[in-house]
Structures are given as structure tokens and as C-alpha cells.
Design a protein around this ligand. Sequence first.
Ligand SMILES: [Zn+2]
Ligand SMILES: [Zn+2]
Length: 248
Amino acid sequence: MNHGKLQILLAFSSYLIFSAPFAALDLLGEKLPVMHQYKIQPDRQPTLAMMANSFFKALYNHVVFVLPSVVIGVFVLPALTLPLEAPTLYEVFVDGLAVLLLFDTQYYIWHFIHHKHSQLYRWVHATHHEYMAPFSWSTEQLSIPELMTVGLWSNQDPVLLKCHPLTTWFVTVFSIWMSVEDHIGYDLPWTLNHLVPFGLLGGAPAHDMHHQKPNSNYAPFFSHWDIIFGTKVPLKMNKRLLKTEKTS
Ligand SMILES: [Zn+2]
Ligand SMILES: [Zn+2]
């Protein structure tokens, strides 16, 4: 098996495995108040049709575009040779963090440009903004050019930073988890943005706000670029508003 093929297989199966439990949560909705209390936009519950739309768009992209490019890669790219030495935990952490920081910077710039240029937005990024309230399957509702761009960075950044293949696989799965967490639509108290201190990570509250107010929170993972460039907007929960509407 070649390196690229394994990485894409890992990425797509991680998207499926990580998204499925949150899709179940969305389908249960108000029937599970213990979880529904954390829904960021409770008045915008995704329907089964919306979920199917997002999921099949992601599946179509992978079958029609990603899979053929992987097949071509099998003939072009060298077969994977795993180094004899495994990386230390410290190496996995430092190299993995470097990959995430680099990707975060690349996507911040790309994302900012694609929101400022109306034609680029319309043809490349608008697909991802079909829904104002994200849900797990919508994580990979991307146009082909956007998927190819993030795919290229995900593949090339670890090569550029000379990561061990094990580090690359780990950071691939971890970054998919972070992307899914951005889109779950719930502000759960145990997600990474709450576990990592000082608000270093944006998580679902920041990215949900980006889908509500698209000229804010451009960074996919970390908060620093949005703070530095003044594009950080805190999440406003409309939970209370909904409750008062219901009772009145
Ligand atoms: Zn998004
Ligand atoms: Zn956007």
C-alpha cells in the first residue's frame, strides 16, 4: 500500500467514524435533552434530507475525484517504506503541532481570500456555506477545488516538515477529528477547545459563528490569527432567545 492511499483511506474513514455519533445525536434532537441543551443553534435542527445531501456530496467527491487521483498515485508515487525507528511521543507531538499550525495558517489565508473575492466565494467556497447551522456531515461538504487544496496541504505539509509516517497518520486522523468538532453544532464541555487552556483552540463555538457570520473566525483550528487580525467574533448562543420564544 502506498503512503498517499493509506492517508486518504484514513482521512475518509475518520470522517465517517467521527461524524456518525453526532448524526445520531442530531436525529434524536430534543428527545435527548441532556445533549440537546448544548446545541448551539437549537432552532436550526438538521433534517435527514440535509444530512443525506452533505454526506452524498462528500462521498461523490471522494469516489469521483479523490479515488482516481489515488489510483494514479499508486503508479506514480513510490511504495511506502516505514523507517525502522518509531518516532518518540515528543516527536509526534512537536511535529504534529507544527503540521497543524502550518495548515491553520494556510487555510486562514485561503479562507480569508475566498470570503473577500465574490467570484472565488461563489465558485469555490459557497458550497461549504449552504447551511447556516453546521452539523457533523457538513464538515466535508466542499467543492472539488477546496477539497483538492486542503488535500494537497494535508499531504504535502508533513512531507515538507519531514514527519515520520506514523506522525503523519496520527496528525491526519487528529485533524479530521478537529474539523468534525468544528462542525458538530454543539458546544460540549469536553471538546478540545474546552480542554486546551487559554482559548487557544476555536472549536465548534468559533466555527459555528463563522457559519452564522461568515466574515469572522476564519482559522480552522487555532485562535491566534483571528485575534491578531481582529477577525475573532465570540459565539452568541441563541438558546435563551429560543426558550423565551417558546414560553411566550
Ligand atoms: Zn465550516
Ligand atoms: Zn467560510
